[in-house]
Write a protein that binds this ligand. Sequence first.
Ligand code: GTP
Length: 476
Amino acid sequence: MIDPTATINDSGGGNSHSSKRNFNCFIRPRILLTGLRRSGKTSIQRVIFTKMSPSQTQFLESTPHLTLNQFSCGSFINFQVQELPGQLQVFTSGHNSGSGGNSGLASSYDDDTMTSMVGGGYDMERLLKRCNAVVYIIDAQDDYSESIVRLNVIIQIGRRVNPRIRYEVFIHKVDQLSDEAKTETQRDIHNQVRDRFADTVGGGDMWSSTSNTPNTNPQDILINFHLTSIYDHSIFEAFSKVIQKLIPQFGHLERLLNYLLLTSNIDQAFLFDVQTKISIATDSSPTDMQMYELCCDMIDLLINMSEIYGKPNDDNVRTINDDDDDDDDEYINERENLNNDDNEQHEWNIDTQNDPYDENNVQVNDLRNNSYIHSPLGTTPVINNQHSSLIETTNEPASAVFDSMSSSVIKLTGGRALYLKEINRHLALICILREEALTKQALIDYNVRQLKKSIMKLFRLNHPTSRPPVSSPNIV
Ligand SMILES: Nc1nc2c(ncn2[C@@H]2O[C@H](COP(=O)(O)OP(=O)(O)OP(=O)(O)O)[C@@H](O)[C@H]2O)c(=O)[nH]1
């Protein structure tokens, strides 16, 4: 029996203080979200994490200072997004930054000058040193030359202080562009960024613009380009890819999903955070954007239907009953997970308060000071003052009606079907399969139950309080 989770012992374990700190670093990757003013940074966060409708973002005010927002997906995956305000002047007067600025400005400045210019009142080096990925927003509807200059400056600083950073460039607001224009804009931006980088370093040898190529040279710049808009699912898909690359368990999750596909005659599988519709893992086949959108719609449909016809599950203590009684330790007590979440929450807040970024006037958003509105999903936080921003909560369930009974099968035209099953209070597995495969739905149900147990174990193993060793999923 292949054990897709066998290698996780390599990264788990270790009770020492330092390994615990490393663990914390791993589970809370930090994303620096930046771009020029009005490029759409705040809108992206609001639409994904607070369910703000895209049209409402028109009324958002400019973000005046650095903000730090903390999120969690599926109660396991925590990350932080630092939004670096766009209104900071990248180039001060005296330096010609005009919108057509293609004149190699960045290369003429030394690194220190760059730091103060790009970061304004903030220590840019420090920000870059401590982040795992930079999400850079370029407004595709605007003249993007100045934005590319600024991106290049950030890449130059990042190269020096933290060469492992991933750069995820969102070519944003493409909703107004035709398909042809989108492709053309992406090519143009890609070429401009590469050329500017090459001009600055005196050659493009360190340029690695595809995420799928293994990074053999540690000096390579890891940069990916995504076409995005808040008016469709592209922003969710792009953000999902950013998150997936930062989740240490992603490789294991991918292998588990590949294994499920192989054994259950399924075409594609996604693991979705129900609340944000971020896909935290997929199998290794290329993502079909249309199917991805259908999966997102399926989540909405399930939650909406359940809220009308379902019964809220007020008992959080439950076990996952396995048909195989021969494996007692496979039972998972949700209460234990909840307690673990509580511990994590506590630790999280302490870490937040001690965060040295406070020194840099970062607006750290406090979970407990936020009030919550009841969105259709019931857990959406709301901003309660000018200086607070959005925040996701770890312990709130995605919905009172999303529980172990949540499952759905939808038959599509064209002989395909969607299969949804709850993994935990926050996560749903959605599979795309041929209708014929449903003739063996009992087998799929069984394999999905095994997968569910493996996923729970995978995350518990990576949790500091984890105890049980992981065992092979008994997928048949
Ligand atoms: N058409 C379109 N407009 C968008 C999109 N995303 C954001 N916008 C609009 O862009 C404008 C600026 O959005 P913000 O989110 O405030 O931009 P920001 O980068 O946070 O701005 P600063 O805080 O000033 O740096 C708003 O009017 C949004 O409605 C998009 O995908 N498409």
